[in-house]
Write a protein that binds this ligand. Structure first.
Ligand code: ATP
Ligand code: MG
Length: 558
């Protein structure tokens, strides 16, 4: 992790305070956390918040954080997702050391623990049908009714549970339930299901099992067996906490884990549900999980977001107990902030217009030193050559400019970045369309005194490398695409979320490796595309534009 992460004083939040209190009071000797994704999709920026918290807190207190595949659900899980999750967590800058786990590896032990609960009279086999189940469960304001299975003997329960495991019964015909309290106001405590019968192929365990543990039961056991001290999860698990504690109290482990909940990250102009992201991928509405418009970690990586920027964002938003919506402009602000310090500057022209400089000879060159990064002198300089023919951006020239236009126009002068001044002496247009096809200019070297109000970027036509630029915009047109349950979120997709420009760049871009970030002066931050960038055909994704909208929008918010 870079120094910039650790040198900053971290603002505190309730979870940091709880852990610090436990350590100070000697309740916790080694802080152990875990990040438990279900391998049924790729990680997104919401997961990054949880990852930064789980791994960050452990590191801060000299403890450890486990990476655990929460794979108790046989459907929709796969090794592709497992590998992608590992890659993303590592890329974000975190290390689980030897502590990589699969929930499914505990299945054997979980059965033993379930039998133990049965023996203690804390669990029983229930054979209510689906319809009966609802009626017996009751509602929060009305107590439920005891299932007939509740009064079974231990022997009967052990026998039935083993036969469930051995595949004697139909899917869904029986289940193992915790014997807690059918009158609890918390429905999760009304004898919740611990095991269900389900014949499904598990991506790692294959057909070995026909019973699968429920999340609450499995998760608590995993935390306890791994010695997790602080099990951090999102708010929707708050109502499950009494059950977590009920299970934890019945396990014979040296450290009893405790669960703490925080608000999940919601971000404007995107969706974060894995199911919806999968729909976008499967329906070809985006170019895969790593499409640079996706809120996935791999999409952000491909787009050029530095991991340090994502970590800074997660630290900035903080950890709270209330649901909120975070402006994506804050994330973009963090990306700019990081890239401003680290990205090399280069010149490129997205929409080239040819300029012929009448007082530079064909084949003649004027060489200038260009600064690689004004924020970082150690990045050095490079030489760029001005030649008779150069390209400027079409938007930097107007035949008939409005009053406050400070760029190039007939009879007007402008500064060329690093290389003197241009004064427009002539314009060539297409006879039929009237479009400007070429601009004629006179050049003056940098030491000349020419009064100008604007500076434009340029690329030598003799040395230009044709380059593809992919300009990304928000994937959705509205702040909360899935806010309204009755409207399909896909209807809010931004049809102009991707614009491709074929332009030119200075030759040094050929030295960039795929994935490397760069600032094209006056245009934005870009990144060489990891899939399509090649020496004979550079392809750059726009990571983020130069204009920071965060300060403005946050100040107007007050
Ligand atoms: P989905 O509901 O889209 O399937 P999930 O929450 O079930 O997502 P998991 O793989 O179970 O996804 O998540 C792993 C961990 O990441 C959980 O501890 C969960 O609380 C946390 N997490 C998921 N989404 C967010 C989010 N938007 N903000 C913060 N933490 C999140
Ligand atoms: Mg989940």
């Amino acid at each position: 992790m870079s120094d910039s992460d650790t040198s900053k004083e971290k603002p505190s939040h309730f979870i940091r305070d709880i852990v610090a209190g436990d350590v100070a009071a000697g309740r916790t000797t080694e802080v152990v956390t875990r990040f438990p994704p279900e391998p049924n999709g790729y990680l997104h920026i919401g997961h990054a918040k949880a990852i930064c918290l789980d791994f960050g807190i452990a590191a801060e207190f000299g403890g450890r954080c486990h990476l655990r595949m929460d794979d108790t659900n046989p459907a929709k899980e796969s090794m592709e997702y497992v590998n992608a999750i590992k890659e993303d967590v590592r890329w974000l800058g975190f290390d689980w050391g030897e502590h990589f786990y699969y929930s499914a590896d505990y299945f054997e032990t979980m059965v033993e623990i379930a039998e133990d609960l049965i023996r203690r009279g804390d669990a029983y086999v229930c054979d209510l049908s689906r319809d009966e189940w609802k009626d017996y469960r009751g509602v929060p304001t009305r107590p439920g009714k005891d299932s007939p299975g509740r009064s079974r003997t231990v022997e009967e329960n052990l026998d039935l549970f083993r036969r469930m495991k051995d595949g004697e019964f139909e899917d869904g015909s029986r289940c193992l339930r915790a014997k807690i309290d059918m009158a609890s106001p918390n429905l999760h405590m009304r004898d919740p299901v611990l095991y269900r019968i389900l014949r499904a192929n598990h991506y790692r365990a294959g057909d070995r099992w026909c019973i699968y543990p429920t999340y609450d039961f499995a998760h608590t056991i995993e935390d306890a067996l791994e010695g997790v001290t602080h099990s951090l999860c999102t708010l929707e698990f708050e109502v499950h906490r009494p059950l977590y504690e009920w299970v934890a109290d019945r396990l014979d482990v040296p450290v009893r884990p405790r669960q703490f909940e925080f608000a999940r990250l919601n971000l404007t102009y995107t969706v974060m549900s894995k199911r919806k992201l999968l729909e976008l991928v499967n329906e070809g509405l985006v170019d895969g999980w790593n499409d640079p418009r996706m809120p996935t970690i791999c999409g952000m990586r491909r787009r050029g977001y530095p991991p340090a920027a994502i970590r800074a964002f997660c630290e900035t938003i903080g950890i709270t107990k209330y649901e909120s919506l975070t402006d994506v402009a804050l994330l973009e602000h963090c990306v700019r902030d990081e890239l401003n310090r680290t990205a090399l500057r280069r010149m490129a022209v997205l929409d080239p217009l040819e300029v012929v400089i009448e007082n530079v000879d064909e084949g003649g060159e004027h060489a200038y030193e260009a600064v690689n990064n004004p924020e970082d002198p150690s990045a050095g300089t490079r030489t760029i050559a001005l030649t008779r023919r150069i390209y400027i951006d079409r938007s930097d020239f107007m035949v008939d400019p409005p009053p406050k236009y400070f760029r190039l126009a007939p009879g007007r002068s402008v500064r060329l970045r690093y290389a003197g001044f241009l004064t427009c002496t002539g314009v060539e247009t297409n006879d039929e369309t009237g479009d400007v096809t070429r601009v004629i200019c006179r050049w003056d070297p940098p030491e000349t005194k020419v009064k100008v109000k604007g500076t434009i970027h340029w690329v030598s036509a003799d040395h230009a490398v044709s380059t593809e630029f992919r300009l990304y915009d928000r994937l959705f047109l509205v702040e909360e695409p899935d806010a309204d349950k009755d409207v399909d979120f896909r209807g809010h997709l931004n049809p102009e979320s991707l614009t491709v420009c074929n332009g030119v760049a200075e030759p040094s871009v050929l030295e960039l490796g795929a994935g490397e970030g760069i600032q094209f002066e006056r245009i934005g931050y870009f990144c060489a595309d990891v899939e399509d960038h090649a020496k004979d055909r550079p392809v750059f994704n726009r990571t983020v534009s130069l204009k920071d909208t965060w300060a403005r929008s946050s100040s107007s918010r007050g």
